[in-house]
Design a protein around this ligand. Sequence first.
Ligand code: SF4
Length: 312
Amino acid sequence: MYTMEKRHKLNNIEDLSFPTLYPRCLNLREVYIAVDGQCMPCCDLSIGLGMPWKLFFKEEWNLNYNSMDKILKSIETFSRKIKDTKNSPIKKCSKTCNTPWLNSRNYFHLELSTRCTLQCPKCPRTAWPLTSPTTVFEKTDMKFNHIEAIIKALPSKWRLFLQGSLGDAVFHPQLFDIIRLADRKKILFEMTTASPSRSLKWWEEFYNCYSNPASEIRFSVDGLEDTASIYRKGQDFNKVWASMKLGVKNGKKITWSFIPFSHNEHQIETASKMAKDNGIKFLLSPSNRWDGPEDPFKPKNPQLSANYDRSY
Ligand code: SF4
């Protein structure tokens, strides 16, 4: 027999109109905004062989059809319902499976561009474009007027997180204007990049676009000169390393984000020392994108990989 409380929860589940709900927790860390202006409750929900994506493509959550303020209110209502039921519309999200419930969002995650010149084998743009049911893999950039609306609606003390799941932010044709705008509005940003095809001259100009020393650039470099391009196919280690040191010289907060793989796990100590010696923060970022336990990229040391694979 259902108690009143249980009945209330079931009503909430039905309201969500999802075909199946799973008794799993969700860690809503951010509001994710895809390159075409589609907003979603969290990027953790959005990635995964294209299937969970479909659940969150609501026209009213797209900046082409609605204002950011209205979208935010609607997403908040949605998240509250999910939180009440403690049930998730997806079986497993890409990063937060089985973590305690958290609803601690404090940043907008923007997918500024779906362009990239590298070909990392486990990147969704390299691995999944043919299986996606949507057009998110088309090469395109976020509209500048969407970015202005997003920045205007950013709640106070929230950050901008510029990290592509499908491309690299450095390819947005108006990136300098975006960074200048955020800096003018005193908005803290964090940008992750593998610095594909970007020159020292380009980085010099980029660093001149902002003054807040707390804003951070995270360079994704998985190894040293002889190994970095094994995974980041096409990356020039020396060029990226020079761009990182240039950032420090310009007084910027620079982080070296290093994914341990079987071909670079022996270099972690050297890389970490190199970073420290040059005023760069070193961040070990274990990956969860493994094609099963026999994946040849997987580090031999089990403590250096997240403990689940990317099958859904
Ligand atoms: S650098 Fe980033 S966007 Fe480019 S291929 Fe690699 S993971 Fe994908």
